[in-house]
Design a binder for this molecule. Structure first.
Ligand code: 1JT
Length: 255
């Protein structure tokens, strides 16, 4: 098993459709111990049964906008595990009104919120958890190609993901000397709770299925497989990179 003896902290499971859930199952299958966060009491009802299904060591409440949640999380991880090896960042948020219509109408508050939750949290989590990370630790964040090219309606999330990807590179450089690797997975579109109700999302899924080199959409399990590689010592020479898990869609010049 590729992750035997490793401990993985997974942030971003909302339900059994979550990308973070696909990653959690894949890490566990390779022998890792796992712990999962939940955003609030409402989502705890969904995450608790999943944590039992996968045999998680513990779950904890984590809202990345709440300063006091960081110290609580660090205390919990230290008490339960001491040190750990893998951090999965699979969190993002933007106001619904900022994920449609004219990008030029994005508000200052909407910009700040999306970038705070979706990008700054990678920096703050890395900083808080760094003292607990073992040598050869791996941090993995989730992105989408709307960070690099314009995807209609992705709007502020494209900017937030660009900030996330750049933050991952700067963190990779800063934390390299601490033996911590930082990489990003850029996943193709997946129908998760976040994606539900996004205008035009079904059309995006259909376009990928018709035109992507692999002629199918990716699943949370596909993403989980690639996360195992980036979490494991097989990728010991890889940091600061963006790994596309998108059925090849992003290589196309015209679709
Ligand atoms: C957020 C949402 C981040 C949806 C996201 C996301 N990253 C990817 N998606 C799915 C998605 C993909 C495409 C799209 C719209 C959404 C919603 C809540 C906030 C964070 O295009 C319009 C391609």
């Amino acid at each position: 098993m590729l992750l035997a003896g490793k401990k993985a902290l997974v942030l971003g499971v909302a339900n059994d459709h979550s990308i973070a859930w696909g990653i959690t199952k894949a890490l566990k299958e390779q022998g890792a111990s796992v712990a999962m966060s939940y955003l609030n009491d409402g989502l705890k009802k969904r995450v608790l049964p999943l944590s039992e299904e996968v045999g998680a060591d513990f779950i904890f409440e984590m809202d990345v906008t709440q300063d006091d949640h960081y110290a609580r999380m660090v205390d919990m991880v230290e008490k339960q595990w001491g040190k750990f090896d893998i951090l999965i960042h699979s969190l993002a948020f933007a106001d619904r009104q900022d994920l449609k219509g004219r990008f030029s109408e994005t508000s200052r508050a909407g910009f700040a919120l999306a970038c705070d939750i979706s990008a700054y949290s990678l920096i703050s989590l890395s900083h808080s958890l760094k003292p607990l990370m073992n040598d050869n630790a791996s941090i993995i964040a989730m992105s989408y190609h709307g960070s690099q090219k314009v995807v209609k309606n992705y709007n502020i999330m494209g900017v937030a993901k660009a900030a996330l990807e750049a933050s991952a590179r700067y963190l990779a450089d800063d934390l390299g000397s601490d033996g911590i690797r930082v990489n990003t997975i850029s996943a193709g579109p997946i129908k998760t709770l976040s994606a539900s109700g996004i205008s035009g999302f079904r059309t995006i899924l259909k376009t990928v299925e018709e035109h992507a080199p692999l002629k199918k959409n990716v699943t949370p399990e596909d993403v989980g497989g690639s996360a195992v590689y980036l979490a494991s010592d097989l990728s010991s020479g890889v940091t600061g990179q963006i790994l596309y898990v998108d059925s090849g869609f992003s290589i196309l010049g015209l679709s």
